[in-house]
Design a protein. Structure first.
Length: 429
């Protein structure tokens, strides 16, 4: 893995937030279902979103890429002529496992990299079977590679767990608008990552599709909807911006981040309230720009991140520099991300001498005023852990080495450039 050395630094300066990965995935995928040309303005160009764009092409979309936009034109879905490789993208794998059912009669094979082939798929496989789709895991273990017999989604009633991944429900919602009959989705267990479902429905509605819902436990989708081509501006990404906000807190710095639209649902906008809890001053300026200034250290607290699991590593590193104890709960599903984020985060924080207790659904972290540093931290091949530990390293007395630079391409290719713009001293070694 590519390693970086991060020296003690103070975050200071201005950057523009990168576009949202989750919205980019949803706009690309939904564009496949309408007849005509759709445009994604301000999309994220990353390896994850490229995996979704490549999948769209394999299913028949024609694409034109230019600065700040991607045009997608589709007339009808086609059967892919090769294996659909989702690379490291769980969203791509889940969305296109469901979308594969809508392709002309045949078989679609979907896979991903080593990490993705460890992420659960069985709840989605079972749900698709209830809707009349033949699909299975090639190894019989509920993991990719997945085979889908295409030719149509019959529709009907389906039950699915909501406590593993919201991507399963989003995948069903997107594909169900083209089902042969109406679809009723009943969600069992507590729904996690709720605002990602809100984002899915927001995009579907923008393309002219109608979803009836009762909270997060029941959805009715009319089958055979037409929809319409759309132009959709992708908002800036609070998930990525959260690392910069954490950096400002940890180093007593101040940052200004533009392109952050709070009118569209994003689970990780919760970072604003968390930063305030930790004692930061947060102001909205000029509509889509936030200013964050931090001094001193917070007292810790208890945070339930059921709907914002990607904030687990961010809040965990912020909790390291507090005068109290921080408890993070409700993120048992974070074990099924690019890494087991609960245990992986604990392992690395302990290298820094931090008192960490692993809970069933989170972490308990006892803060300290100073962190010595001088160690090498592992990203566990996880882009969000790399970014969290890099930010934390800048707040140590001796700096740290962090491995896994190559993984930022998954969601935040500009991460290192943005750190440098914010006066963080970092170099590849």
């Amino acid at each position: 893995m590519v390693r970086v050395y991060v020296e003690p630094s103070r975050f200071s300066g201005f950057v523009e937030a990168v576009p949202s990965k989750s919205y980019t995935h949803r706009v690309y995928s939904t564009s496949l279902l309408v007849n005509g040309r759709s445009v994604a303005l301000n999309p994220l160009f990353s390896s994850d979103t490229e995996a979704t764009l490549n999948a769209c092409r394999m299913f028949g979309a024609e694409t034109i890429l230019s600065k700040g936009k991607v045009e997608l034109s589709c007339r009808r879905l086609k059967l892919p002529d090769d294996v659909v490789n989702a690379q490291n993208s769980g969203t791509t794998l889940r969305f296109f496992t469901a979308l594969s059912s809508l392709a002309p009669p045949g078989y679609v094979v979907l896979t991903g990299d080593e990490s993705l082939r460890k992420r659960p798929m069985q709840p989605l496989i079972d749900a698709l079977k209830m809707l009349g789709v033949e699909c299975w895991s090639t190894r019989g273990n509920g993991l990719a590679p997945i085979v889908v017999k295409s030719g149509g989604l019959r529709g009907g009633e389906v039950e699915i767990r909501g406590d593993v991944s919201s991507q399963f429900i989003s995948a069903l919602l997107i594909s169900s608008v083209k089902a042969e009959k109406d679809v009723d989705i009943i969600v069992r267990e507590e729904q996690v990552s709720k605002q990602y479902i809100d984002a899915t429905i927001k995009v579907l509605e923008n393309f002219g599709f109608k979803i009836y819902r009762e909270g997060y436990s029941y959805y009715h989708v009319r089958g055979g909807q037409e929809g319409r081509p759309s132009v959709f501006r992708v908002p800036g990404d609070f998930s990525s911006a959260s690392f910069l906000i954490a950096g400002a807190y940890l180093t007593g710095g101040e940052v200004e981040i533009s392109n952050l639209d709070t009118t569209l649902p994003q689970s990780d906008s919760k970072i604003i309230d968390i930063a305030k809890d930790f004692g930061c001053r947060v102001e909205f300026r000029s509509g889509d720009t936030i200013y964050v200034k931090c001094s001193g250290i917070g007292e810790g607290g208890e945070y339930v991140l059921t709907d914002s699991p990607d904030l687990l590593p961010v809040v965990a590193v912020m909790a390291v520099k507090t005068v109290g104890e921080t408890i993070i709960r409700g993120v048992e599903h974070a074990k099924f991300k690019e890494s087991d984020r609960i245990n992986s985060t604990a392992i690395e924080l302990k290298k820094l001498g931090v008192d960490v207790e692993v809970l069933k659904d989170g972490l308990k972290i006892k803060g300290r005023e100073e962190v010595e540093g001088g160690v090498e931290l592992s990203s566990h091949s996880d882009h969000r852990l790399f970014m969290a530990f890099t930010v934390l390293a800048s707040a140590t007395k001796k700096g740290c080495i962090v491995d896994g630079l190559e993984w930022v391409k998954v969601s935040y290719p500009e991460f290192i450039n943005h750190l440098k713009k914010l006066n963080v001293s970092i170099r590849e070694i």
